[in-house]
Design a protein around this ligand. Structure first.
Ligand code: NAD
Length: 487
């Protein structure tokens, strides 16, 4: 375990510490330091990028089944090490161990999924106006990718980019978040042991403002694959100094609609899970719930009880806890701000609203899952991403009102609905202006279907074939044929 927190970065096939300043990494449940990383220097960044450029034609020209074998091997290694890497994740991110383990298992599946997709990359033959011409369309890997990720899913948000880009034939420089670098470095170990040639993947630690920004500005980077906040996503879009492909998976403010026909038990259970899992630090967390007026009070009372029943604990001591610590002080402070704003504007506190009591919670970033009723769009909880364990509830009278409220947002990542009526399902799935709509379930994503945001929630897709197609350029080859002699 000591090795896992040494903090050496994976640079062009070598392990070495960054030459820049140290960054302390702490356990958010206890405030203890678990290790330090060091920032990659300008020359180390340049070396990683040069290595990625050199490795690109070699990796791109390997037969797809060979690349796929590497990806499968990485998937197998990750799967074998699920508990070990999950422990690292819980120590640096705070989510309970069982949940962290589930994330590593899904990461392993992502590598296997893209190994299978790697060998199914086809082109097209397009007919021309006359018979002597033919058009071929090929997919070719883009080149060097900078993958920049946040801390809420320290493994998967790297894996969706890394596995898809490697499957396509791209080389990748990963910039993991400052809060959770050790999970990323454990993934780099699996990549190395999976036999991926040196230079194809580097993982450079350091701050976003220096290492991340240097990647954004480098002319050697052909594509930036970014998941993170809207503020940084927009800054990246504005600050790229050369033309680059860009995919941005940004924040949301996700609604849930509970119609009068809904299964109340399922709706309450779903709302409690998707509002509070990972302490609400999920881009597709349910932030605001609109409930048909006849069932509103019952729903509010039951959701409050479901929130109170969730077990909060140190996720290492209690691997099966529902909730662990929040990852840092920043999202906790934002949660408190949104709570105070809503209470000041007339919201009713139904559950939570304070930190859990007891010595074991004294030093960590803990907060009780919090339910607010009678919320309006004057309140931040209903209009901005909280990224914490806070959800606002409001009643609605007609389905048209519910859809209008749900769509009244600059964000368009995911929306949820509970209804038993087919007509309502169809209407909601068509009218909700979001990249994902989940009905009678709150597990909106699967690895083989595209996932991406609309409006201010981003551009581009991850998951599915579409998640790999983000790493290709198209090439049109047009050929003129002569009639063969004697024909
Ligand atoms: P963040 O934007 O602060 O940081 C994300 C990454 O960008 C980090 O690695 C950071 O170091 C880096 N970075 C910061 N400044 C940079 C710069 N100038 N240039 C390049 N890189 C820079 O986000 P966060 O607080 O780590 O994560 C939370 C946010 O991520 C939330 O808004 C959440 O909704 C979003 N998110 C979105 C999705 C999605 O799929 N749409 C998934 C998870 C999280």
């Amino acid at each position: 375990m000591t090795n896992a927190f040494e903090g050496a970065m994976y640079l062009a096939g070598r392990w070495e510490r960054g030459q820049g300043p140290d960054i302390r990494v702490e356990n958010p449940a206890t405030a203890e330091t678990i290790g330090t990383i060091s920032e990659a220097s300008t020359s180390q960044i340049a070396e990683a990028l040069a290595a990625a450029r050199t490795a690109f034609p070699v990796w791109a020209n390997l037969p797809a089944p060979v690349r796929a074998q590497h990806l499968k091997r990485i998937g197998a290694i990750l799967s074998q090490r699920a508990v070990e890497i999950a422990t690292i994740m819980t120590m640096e991110q705070g989510k309970p161990l069982n949940e962290a383990r589930g994330e590593i298992e899904k990461l392993a599946q992502t590598f296997v999924f893209y190994a299978e997709e790697a060998v199914r990359v086809h082109g097209e033959i397009i007919p021309n106006d006359t018979e002597d011409f033919q058009s071929f369309v090929f997919r070719e890997p883009i080149g060097v990718v900078a993958a920049i990720s946040p801390w809420n899913y320290p493994a998967e948000l790297i894996g969706w980019k890394l596995a898809a880009a490697l499957a396509a034939g791209c080389t990748v420089v990963v910039k993991p978040p400052e809060l959770t670098p050790f999970t990323a470095l454990a993934i780099a170990r699996a990549v190395e042991e999976g036999g991926v040639p040196p230079g194809v993947v580097s993982v450079l630690t350091g701050s976003g403002e220096t290492v991340g920004q240097a990647l954004v500005e480098s002319p050697l980077v052909d594509k930036i694959a970014f998941t993170g906040s809207n503020r940084v996503g927009l800054a990246i879009q504005k600050s790229a100094t050369t033309i680059k492909r860009l995919s941005l998976e940004l924040g949301g403010n996700c609604p849930m609609i509970v119609t009068a026909s809904a299964d109340m038990d399922a709706a309450v259970k779903g709302a409690a899970r998707r509002s509070f899992r990972n302490m609400g630090q999920i881009c597709i967390a349910v932030n605001r719930i609109y409930v048909a007026r006849p069932m509103y009070e019952e729903f509010v009372t039951r959701l409050g009880a479901a929130a109170d029943a969730l077990v909060i604990d140190n996720g290492l001591d209690n691997p099966a806890a529902d909730l662990g610590a929040m990852a840092s002080g920043a999202p906790l402070e934002k949660t408190k701000r949104h709570l105070a704003d809503a209470l000041g504007k007339g919201a009713r506190l139904v559950a939570g609203g304070s930190a859990p009591q007891g010595e074991k919670f004294a030093r960590g970033h803990f907060f009780r899952p919090t339910v607010l009723a009678d919320c309006t769009h004057e309140m931040q909880v209903m209009t901005e991403e909280t990224f914490g364990p806070l959800v606002g509830v409001a009643p609605f009278d007609t389905l048209a009102d519910a859809v209008a409220l749900a769509n009244d947002s600059p964000f368009g990542l995911a929306a949820y609905a509970y209804t038993k009526l087919m007509d309502e399902m169809r209407h909601l799935s068509r009218r909700l202006d979001f990249g994902s709509v989940a009905i009678n379930t709150v597990d909106a994503g699967i690895i083989n279907a595209p996932y991406g945001g609309r409006k201010q929630s981003g551009i581009g897709y991850e998951h599915g074939r579409e998640g790999m197609f983000e790493y290709f350029n198209l090439k049109h080859v047009r050929v003129r044929y002569d009639l063969p002699e004697g024909a």
